[in-house]
Design a binder for this molecule. Structure first.
Ligand code: PLP
Length: 405
């Protein structure tokens, strides 16, 4: 279905802004998405009507705030089709979710020499936590190479799996190449060898329907702020039996059953992993963001973004000397590129002065940049509220900059 983008854009107040006197063209959606009014209003509503610390209070406000937080957990459960809300852990974001698993999993289930497999296209958030564990527990990690088109091949992954492999942790969609990895096949292959899989869904959960039960993945992580929700909230999904086996990540209030100076027993799932006051305002607003996505329809979102990706790719490739990194057939709405002779920072700065927000740099994927033989790139990433007319503005901007150089 074609989306009525004009009506949709009216839901996002920031999009009608001007930057340097030019209408804002926001193409930095892979970094963070803009927020619809319903989400912004939900935050105001919670603070104006029910704000109170959750779970511990007998008073009315505390009960309402608790209900609101727990309702959001159920909304997330429904969105990713988890079998129980006990499998939904609130964190601060994808990064914290991966750190939680890296720490609890390696501490309890790995010994020196055990191996974790990642891929060459991972974000630093799915590299550095494993390196920290490498220093603490002596695990090693192996890296699946990417092809010319920016894809992984299952046979390359299979070659790396050994009796020492304890976990495969990979991104669903690359934040640089856009590549959508065949995660269902990866899970099948991994499980055939009794290896659990963690999926980094930071760049997919806002674009593609995810059913964790159909996928059968063991862990899946994502961030609210990349799916039209507020910052500071993230999700760790884990199969209940997997989460039961893991020790807590942080200690403090809420995650305990009983504390004495001699011994502490831990709370049950999901609270065992939620030490301290959670961001119950953020979680409630994430629930609202999910309802917004569901109202528009993920299939419609996917259709619109796919159209923008195709159009932008075609138009960009007409520019002399422009090279796109990542040409996978299955690709999310992310285009990283360089124009010969123009430094990406210059491109980014000059586009900014035309009101166009793109990202430049290594995109928190320095090892991938090394594999690609570049230091940085320009990245334009789209959301369903973007338009072909905005892509025309980007193309005209790049053409103008090319002429200047
Ligand atoms: N993983 C991927 C693929 C990402 O694109 C990002 C952010 O860009 C992250 C992890 C980290 O997300 P956050 O900074 O929200 O924790």
């Amino acid at each position: 279905m074609f989306l009525d983008t004009e009506t949709i854009r009216a839901d996002f107040p920031i999009l009608s802004q001007k930057v340097y006197g030019k209408p804002l063209v926001y193409f930095d959606n892979a970094a963070t998405t803009q927020k619809p009014l319903s989400v912004i209003r939900k935050i105001e509503e919670v603070y104006s009507t029910i704000n109170a610390n959750i779970h511990r209070g007998v008073h009315r406000l505390s009960q309402l705030a608790t209900e609101s937080h727990e309702e959001a957990r159920k909304t997330v459960q429904r969105y990713i089709h988890a079998s129980s809300s006990n499998e939904i852990i609130f964190t601060r974001g994808t990064t914290e979710s991966i750190n939680l698993i890296a720490s609890s999993f390696c501490r309890s289930q790995c010994k020196a020499g055990d191996e974790i497999i990642i891929t060459e296209m991972e974000h630093h958030a799915n590299i550095v936590p494993w390196q920290i564990q490498q220093d603490i527990t002596g695990i090693a990690f192996k890296v699946v190479p990417i092809t010319e088109t920016g894809e992984i091949r299952l046979e390359d992954l299979e070659k790396l799996i050994s009796p020492k492999t304890k976990l495969i942790a990979l991104t669903h969609a690359s934040n640089v190449l856009g590549t959508i990895n065949p995660i269902a096949d990866v899970v099948r292959l991994a499980h055939s060898q009794d290896v659990p899989v963690l999926i980094d869904a930071a760049q997919s959960v806002q674009h593609i329907p995810i059913d964790v039960q159909a996928l059968d993945c063991d862990f899946l992580v994502f961030s609210s702020h990349k799916m039209y929700g507020p910052t500071g909230v993230g999700i760790l999904y884990g199969k209940e039996n997997r989460l039961e086996q893991l020790p807590p990540y942080q200690g403090g209030g809420e995650m305990i059953a009983n504390v004495t100076f001699e011994k502490t027993t831990y709370n049950e799932l999901p609270f065992k992993f939620e030490a301290g006051t959670p961001d119950y305002v953020g979680s409630t607003a994430l629930g609202e963001a999910i309802r917004y996505i569901e109202k528009i329809g993920l299939e419609n979102i996917y259709f619109q973004e796919e159209k923008l990706l195709q159009y932008a790719t075609e138009r960009l490739l007409q520019i002399d000397g422009l090279r796109i990194f990542g040409t996978s057939k299955q690709k999310g709405p992310v285009i990283s590129f360089l124009v010969k002779g123009i430094h990406p920072y210059d491109m980014g700065m000059l586009l900014d002065h035309l009101g166009i927000a793109v990202r430049t740099g290594h995109h928190c994927a320095q090892p991938l940049m090394n594999v690609l033989g570049i230091e940085s790139a320009v990245r334009a990433s789209f959301a369903f509220y973007n338009t072909e007319a905005e892509i025309d503005i980007l193309i005209a901007g790049i053409e103008r900059i090319v002429k200047m150089f």
